[in-house]
Design a protein around this ligand. Structure first.
Ligand code: COI
Length: 354
């Protein structure tokens, strides 16, 4: 790994009131940059004052969307340590996305070191109030100026950071979700499993329509049969049906969430039966009708654990657990945030100290 050049900002921004933080609106004083060229590979790691990027208008990212990103969080403990939650999983997934988007692989250990180096410079930005954290957004864009459709030969890897509160305004209170029956997010063989900008761009229209109708998000069904549950775009989804906890299996069109993986591990360690399998929306409707749909919740880095109080699919409205936060969602939320913030023992060794 090359040594990181550091150019400190001459003027630091005032820190926000942690009780007023929203998601992803404010950014810290510095950012991390790293270039890629065919001749030099990934090179010139540097931390510079946060600010606009200069891009050639022919940069391939602007035309063909060759871009990947990650999302992870850092937390401040009561004894003032800074903990990162499972950054190695993000490094791994970044390379899975890179491979799908024909972007050159990154050294995973270097990725974690770059994240740590940037946090170390801006460590005063990690909030300590319960429910807050420093959200870290690494991303890669194709910067080569060229209008031919092919893999770019030049890229920029950057990391920016934002102190955040809850992703949904509801926080840990249940959200209302619309099951999308017109648009699709991803198809088998497409890019659904990759964290790439285009997946999110194509999801916005459905999300806008759902927002207009009073829902927080949409639940995506599979692109072929429009029958099987996939994910919620900003989170993976779990259901408790008649005692069994189920989540859609990773099938190539679903993002492999780090929180999803952590939740499966925790539930198994608590002795719950957890199954990763195909789940049809009709199965959920039937379970709801028969009074067996006990809980539903989403999992994600930004969303943490987000209980689902109501699902709306075509003419069916399914109210789950009386619209209240379920016991499992609450226990998972408390455990994950407890481990992340250093309040609970990290028996799985998930935290990395900055
Ligand atoms: C995350 O949970 O980190 C995400 O990337 C979801 C969303 C904010 C795009």
């Amino acid at each position: 790994m090359n040594e990181i050049r550091i150019e400190k900002s001459a003027s630091l921004k005032p820190k926000p009131d942690a009780s007023q933080l929203e998601f992803g609106k404010l950014f810290t004083d510095h950012m991390f940059l790293l270039d890629y060229s065919e001749e030099l590979g990934w090179h010139d790691p540097r931390i510079v004052p946060y600010g606009p990027l200069t891009l050639d208008p022919a940069s391939m990212i602007l035309h063909y969307g060759q871009a990947v990103f990650e999302g992870l969080k850092a937390f401040r403990t009561s004894d003032n340590r800074i903990l990162l939650f499972r950054p190695n999983k993000n490094a791994e997934r970044l390379n899975v996305s890179n491979e799908r988007l024909s972007i050159p692989e990154m050294d995973e250990a270097a990725f974690v070191e770059y994240v740590k180096a940037l946090i170390a410079i801006d460590r005063d930005w990690v909030p300590s109030l319960e429910g807050t954290s420093l959200y870290i957004r690494p991303f890669i864009i194709a910067t080569e100026p060229c209008l031919g459709v092919r893999a770019a030969k030049q890229y920029l890897f950057a990391i920016i950071m934002s102190p955040v509160g809850a992703y949904y305004k509801e926080g840990i209170h249940p959200v209302k979700i619309n099951v999308e029956n017109k648009y699709v997010r991803a198809v088998r063989g497409g890019t659904g499993f990759a964290k790439t900008a285009g997946n999110y761009a194509s999801s916005i229209k459905a999300q806008e329509e759902a927002k207009h109708d009073g829902f927080s998000q949409v639940l995506w069904l599979d692109g072929k049969e429009h029958a099987y549950i996939e994910e919620v775009g900003s989170m993976n989804i779990f259901f408790k049906i008649g005692g069994e906890i189920v989540t859609p299996e990773l099938n190539g069109s679903i993002l492999a969430g780090v929180t999803r993986d952590s939740v499966i591990g925790l539930l198994k360690s608590w002795g719950y039966p957890v199954t990763e399998r195909k789940i049809s929306i009709e199965e959920i409707r039937r379970a709801s009708e028969e009074g067996k749909l006990e809980e539903a919740f989403g999992t994600g880095t930004a969303a943490v654990i987000s209980p689902v109080g109501q699902l709306h699919w075509e003419e069916h409205t399914m109210t789950i657990n009386g619209g209240e936060t379920g016991e499992i969602a609450r226990r998972l939320y408390d455990t994950i945030t407890g481990i992340q913030s250093g309040k609970l023992a990290d028996s799985q060794g998930w935290n990395v100290v900055v």
